[in-house]
Design a protein around this ligand. Structure first.
Ligand SMILES: *Cc1c(COP(=O)(O)O)cnc(C)c1O
Length: 533
């Protein structure tokens, strides 16, 4: 070995050169600053054509600037969604308290697999999980959980516990010939189908119960679905309730679902399915659980207060669930990945233990220190706990309350403005979240009347197809006309969840995820609709 070259290599890549690292980091920050002055989206066009044809690995050892140069064009070509014009989806800008946490984490690079690999970082995970659990379950004795790669995986943990509850030992001996089923609502996220597929149950065995106009699961249809499943010899492993649907922010009645699944399981002498809550986006409204609507310290608009009160009532019901998914990387404004899977009672984690035979009693010490005993992952990043604790304690409870209430208030304001336009119709008037889904039809149409006729089943397939097409055409027209530097970026969904008479209702969509988005942006959206002739 050429000792001199080896030691140069080690000095460059394994010895911390504070000055140089700070310099490069400063350059990245300057690039971000420059980017803020440009229109959002499409900073640089993509070049997939040769991404595979010209893979590259430098031949000789370089330095940290080579590292910088090899990623810089892709960094520059990536929109951080910091612009207040981004309203298209449930992605927001990450907050800078989270950045501080995330940087601290990257510097130590803990592996949350077992605590010998990360020492106090596992402790931080316990703290972060418990803080979030207290927030969403409100009164809980023994919560526990872990951070996962995302909401999909957190939901998968909930589904897996359900399977183990109804087919004991499935982890070891498989599900055999048992006919399994899972239940969600029609407004549920597609990740539930992903987990049904990946857990070996089959996507066909995931049953979607229709929702009502407020995008909440129709409970009488849930009862009917459970009757049908039990009568056809299925074991219902889980019901995954949605707390804040992705498009329209529908919220299921978790207490109502609890009563029904208990009663039906008893009636058919079956084990009670896991009641998991997919709160990936909606959990954040729990920050407002104790907002005093009487004193109204933030001086929220009178029209916002009923929304908050409604949410408070719905959020109180989360405590009836067995487990929940929380995506902190969504409305917690944290960095990816920061999704938490939390159980209301820690005993439920025993269903996930890998060596139940070898572990006749529930060993607290082991699972506390070594989550790898029950996690899907082996190596796990520490970004979640670091992002969560830095954000929660930087921004604080009141700070989060202000951010969430502001998003609700702006969403509601857009809804009220849209309702004044005859050719528009808000589709999620009854939901209290940060998102607005609505129709824009050509001027001269009466959107409300068309909607009412649709709900009454009076629209022919042809008529509905015409309106569908118009709604989409109007969206494309605005998109083509829009000024990237001025106009808000919206999105379009071909089915927002509510399906009267089985119809997929298309919608325009705006999500107030970015705290910088203000009333001027709402004005701009209305103006851009008025300009569509
Ligand atoms: C985003 C989302 C998911 C999936 O979460 P990921 O973190 O993207 O995997 C699941 N459920 C709902 C309701 C979501 O909005």
């Amino acid at each position: 070995m050429d000792q001199q070259k080896l030691s140069e290599l080690i000095d460059t890549f394994f010895v911390c050169d504070k000055r140089q690292i700070a310099e490069i980091f400063n350059e990245f920050l300057s690039a971000m600053e420059a980017e803020e002055r440009l229109a959002p989206g499409g900073l640089m066009s993509r070049n997939y054509e040769t991404a595979q044809a010209n893979p590259e690995i430098h031949t000789l050892p370089g330095n940290l600037k080579d590292a910088r140069d090899s990623v810089f064009p892709f960094f520059w070509g990536t929109d951080g969604w910091y612009s207040k014009l981004h309203l298209e989806n449930v992605k927001g800008p990450a907050n800078y308290a989270s950045l501080i946490g995330a940087l601290a984490c990257l510097l130590k690079n803990p592996n949350l697999c077992v605590d010998t690999y990360c020492l106090r970082s596992n402790e931080l995970e316990v703290k972060a999980i418990t803080s979030l659990a207290n927030l969403v379950f409100y009164h809980t004795e023994s919560p526990w959980g872990v951070f996962t790669m995302g909401g999909t995986i957190s939901n998968l943990y909930g589904g897996k516990i359900g399977i183990e509850k109804v087919v004991p030992g499935a982890m070891q001996s498989g599900i055999g010939g048992v006919k399994l089923a899972g239940v969600v609502s029609q407004a549920a996220h597609y990740s539930n189908a992903t987990l049904a597929g990946w857990l070996g149950m089959g996507t066909d065995q995931l049953h979607a119960v229709p929702v009502d106009r407020s995008m909440a699961m129709d409970l009488s249809q849930l009862e009917a679905k459970l009757d049908q499943l039990y009568q056809s010899d299925h074991r219902v492993a889980f019901v995954i309730a949605t707390f804040g649907s992705t498009d329209a922010f529908g919220i299921d009645d978790i207490e109502g679902i609890r009563q029904i699944i208990q009663a039906k399981a008893q009636q058919y002498s079956q084990p009670v399915p896991q009641l998991h809550v997919d709160g990936a986006v909606g959990w954040v409204t729990c920050f407002l659980n104790e907002y005093d609507c009487q004193a109204n310290p933030f001086q929220l608009a009178d029209s916002t207060l009923p929304l908050i009160q409604k949410n408070q009532r719905l959020a109180q019901k989360i405590k009836f669930a067995d487990s929940i998914t929380i995506d902190f990387h969504k409305m917690g404004w944290g960095h990816y990945p920061a999704s938490a899977f939390i159980v209301n009672r820690r005993e439920d984690l025993r269903y996930l233990f890998r060596t139940t035979e070898d572990m006749p009693y529930f060993s607290e010490a082991d699972y506390r220190h070594d989550p790898a005993l029950f996690t899907l992952e082996c190596s796990r990043p520490g970004l979640g706990p670091y992002s969560v604790m830095a954000s929660l304690n930087g921004i604080g409870l009141t700070g989060y309350q202000m951010l969430v209430a502001n998003a609700m208030e702006l969403a509601h304001e857009l809804k009220m403005r849209l309702e004044q336009l005859d050719y528009c119709k808000v589709l999620n008037w009854d939901t209290a979240g940060p998102s607005v889904v609505w129709w824009v039809l050509p001027k001269g149409r009466n959107a409300q009347e068309i909607f009412d006729r649709m709900e009454r089943g009076e629209l022919s397939a042809d008529e509905f197809a015409t309106y569908r097409h118009e709604i989409h055409r109007m969206f494309e027209k605005r998109d083509a006309m829009k000024d990237r530097a001025q106009d808000a970026r919206l999105s379009y969904t071909s089915s927002m969840g509510y399906q009267p008479h089985g119809l997929d209702i298309p919608a325009w969509k705006a999500v107030f995820f970015n705290p910088k988005t203000d009333r001027a942006v709402v004005d701009g959206i209305i103006q851009s609709l008025e300009n569509l002739v």
